[in-house]
Design a protein around this ligand. Sequence first.
Ligand SMILES: Cc1cc2nc3c(=O)[nH]c(=O)nc-3n(C[C@H](O)[C@H](O)[C@H](O)COP(=O)(O)O)c2cc1C
Ligand SMILES: O=C(O)C(=O)c1ccccc1
Length: 370
Amino acid sequence: MTQTRTGQSFTGTDYQRLARELVDPDVWDFIEGGAEAERTVAANLAAFDRVRLRPRVLAGVSEVDTSVELFGTRYATPLGVAPTAYHRLVDAEGEVATARGAGAAGALFVVGMFASRTLEEIAEASSSELWIQLYWLRRRDVMAALLRRAERCGYGAVMLTVDVPRMGRRWRDMRNGFAIGGDVAAVNIDAGVMASAHERAAGGSALVRHTAQQFDAGVTWDDLAWLRAQTRLPLVLKGILTAEDARLAVRHGADAIVVSNHGGRQLDGAVASLDVLAEVADAAGGRPVLFDGGVRRGVDALAALALGARMVLLGRPPLWGLAAGGADGVAGLLRTTTEELAHAMALAGRPTLGDLDRSVVRMSTIAGGA
Ligand SMILES: Cc1cc2nc3c(=O)[nH]c(=O)nc-3n(C[C@H](O)[C@H](O)[C@H](O)COP(=O)(O)O)c2cc1C
Ligand SMILES: O=C(O)C(=O)c1ccccc1
């Protein structure tokens, strides 16, 4: 699933269109939707519409290298798969197919705590690096047990998501009474911890109820010492949007941070990820900074890499690829976007990721304007 009938490559929007036709409307709303008025969903995309690139010429671009190193691992592409819940909602094989696709593209795959295949099955299917994503649960024993399992099957880092003290209010899901159903489940978490996500109730999202019961909204910076002490894996904090929090993250032992507003699914009205990337990167004290939110094309990745990201994660697009074509769709989506990035690097006169710095980007004040 990497070519159209006329032999041309699919782009991200082709996968999106195909996926929309194939996926159940409630699931589509769950994937595409954001919090409240979805202003931050729109802001993430609009920020990339304001990017204007400053190409350099005669830079010797016959070879373009998109490879990147992070925590001692080399990746063919700086694009990675962001953690997203329940891949079996869109593909019978779920995260196992995603892992095969990410592996084929040489990309990092961050497996969600709410994955619908076991960490072991996913590791078995993967030929590239996996990380595990965690939410802070009231049940720290469940977090610790997951960590042990992830370590045992070779996951390379822990990504703690810190922007969900409670679930954002996603009106699409609430109106749809969205619940995780059928034979899809968060199989890595105790049945007792998960039960409430499966109860469909009129006028509400089961996910909202579930997280209110299970997530620990009282956690503070000082609690990070507990998690830090549980593992020797690198600790990555996902969901940082300010210089203040970047400094606190470094002070409390984070090895890297992810600039993210959770794809506009948490605090509606939060700043676009791209608009704070440079500020947060400056405050990260040299720790690697990853980025997500609204990356849809290779040039978007180029801009985020230029503004300080070491790696760029994609949330919704790999789910489109997965829905449209399983493992091949995920690989196709990641490869196509990486090819777009390489193309943009050549035309911008920056043949390696090391050449990408802030001089590449000038932010216009108006979308579609100068
Ligand atoms: C359907 C869906 C489920 C998600 N589930 C999780 C999750 O379980 N854990 C997490 O940290 N982020 C989750 N996210 C957020 C993504 O990791 C990422 O921050 C966001 O999707 C990036 O924006 P993008 O979709 O514009 O690329 C989810 C996003 C979507 C769309
Ligand atoms: O994080 C999310 O955005 C999300 O949708 C989700 C859903 C269920 C469990 C965990 C996260």
